[in-house]
Design a protein around this ligand. Structure first.
Ligand code: C5P
Length: 409
């Protein structure tokens, strides 16, 4: 385990984390950033770790090995007292200090335990960096609400999680059964098709009807499926996210293009997850030229788009079909009716009104709804965690179906 100690008042809690990890049988490599050493001595850390501490000074001294590569030979990394600076550096691939250079080569999961003033934590740049790291599958513990610092400069969110909680989270991260709760490569050999983002329905060459879907939920499902060994096809509308590596990414604009790409990819799919916010209507006639402004009201004649999930549901075969639904009222009944109408195995229902979730947020709070009306509320969690649970459920449905098939054969 690599423990990076960041530059924050919370660095003084790092020896307690190190001691607990050692008591839990974990061997640790430790790095203290330059800023961390302003808060805690190298000697306290190395005593608690029972070994040397990697520092920038050691990295830049003549030595027989490349220290950032030696220290990266671990199963996982935790950043204790993660500062805004470390988050920014990692989110942008910086390697200008030992901690960041080492993180670039750590092969396993990374757990961030931030500690900073509430105003800093809420800053848009910090939140964007956190979102980016989450999208890449990094884990976060805290920050928590509580007093922070010693000069009364902080109250509110920003306080670092307690050492025993950090040690427990690290042990969970390292336990083979609990590696991201996701049972390793349990999707090996399966083809997972995911649709994401909005569609754009052009009225003329420069105007379109669309919606604010960010694509984050679908991208999280695609990345989780990839990391669990699936072959993944991600069909996405226009979003501000880089195409993830290790999968086929098909970029489309309109619902009709989405339909063609998904239907084609779904031919040999085992699981299809429709997170795309498909526009229900398109212009009946797409004007070839930009329409000039006219005096008074105008009306646009809209025609319905095909329902892709329903189309897949009509010819379902062995596939597991998962949909999403956003409702403002009577959510469970409406989602159950949709699952029935579209022949989807289950629908994850969310609400557009909850802050920080659904459209554009990094978290999601969903209710799993089946066609028979049975449903289950899932706690608010990162979109990656929701993706994990979604795929667990899809796999459960698939296993049941395969077993039923065997007994009828
Ligand atoms: O009917 P509604 O749009 O609420 O259904 C949501 C689910 O159906 C989502 O999974 C969405 O991706 C899918 N859908 C579709 N084709 C459409 C509209 C929605 O596949 N035309």
């Amino acid at each position: 385990m690599l423990v990076i100690v960041g530059g924050s008042m919370a660095a003084v809690k790092a020896p307690s984390v190190l001691r607990r990890l050692r008591e839990g049988g974990v061997s640790v490599n430790v790095i203290a950033t330059r800023a961390a050493l302003a808060f805690i001595t190298e000697l306290s850390l190395s005593t608690a770790a029972d070994g040397p501490v990697g520092t920038d000074a050691a990295w830049f001294s003549p030595r027989p090995d490349a220290l950032h590569l030696t220290l990266a030979k671990v199963d996982a990394a935790v950043i204790v007292g993660a500062s805004a600076e470390l988050l920014a550096g990692a989110a942008h691939g910086h390697a200008n200090e030992l901690a960041l250079a080492t993180l670039l080569s750590v092969p396993g999961p990374v757990l961030w335990v931030p500690a900073m003033n509430a105003a800093m934590w809420h800053n848009r740049a910090v939140q964007a960096n956190v979102a980016r790291l989450r999208d890449w599958g990094h884990h976060f513990l805290g920050p928590e609400v509580g007093s922070f610092g010693t000069r009364g400069e902080g109250a509110g969110i920003g306080r670092m999680a307690e050492p025993e909680d950090i040690a427990a989270a690290v042990l969970k991260l390292l336990a083979p059964a609990a590696v991201s709760d996701s049972k390793g490569r349990d999707l090996d050999g399966l083809h997972v098709v995911v649709s994401a983002g909005p569609t754009r329905e052009y009225l003329d060459p420069v105007r379109f009807i669309s919606n604010p879907s960010s694509g984050k939920m679908g991208f999280a499902v695609a990345m989780e499926a990839r990391d669990r060994g699936a072959r993944v096809t991600l069909v996405t509308g226009p979003v501000n996210l880089p195409g993830p590596s290790g999968m086929a990414v098909v970029r489309i604009n309109s619902a009709l293009e989405l339909r063609d790409a998904v239907v084609q990819a779904a031919q040999d799919a085992d699981i299809v997850v429709m997170t795309a916010a498909v526009a229900d209507y398109r212009a009946a006639e797409l004007k070839g030229e930009k329409q000039a402004k006219v005096a008074g009201d105008v009306s646009i004649h809209l025609t319905p788009n095909p329902d892709i999930l329903a189309e897949l549901g009509q010819n379902k075969g062995e596939r597991v079909l998962v949909g999403f639904a956003m409702e403002t009222h009577a959510g469970v009944e409406r989602a159950a009716a949709k699952a029935a109408r579209k022949n989807a195995d289950f629908i994850l229902l969310n609400y557009p009104t909850q802050e920080g979730t659904a459209f554009g947020g990094d978290d999601n709070q969903v209710t799993l709804v089946r066609a028979d009306g049975s449903h289950q509320d899932w706690p608010r969690a990162s979109k990656r965690q929701v993706a994990r649970q979604l795929l667990n459920e899809a796999l459960r449905v698939r296993d049941l179906r395969v077993r039923e098939q065997r007994t009828t054969d």
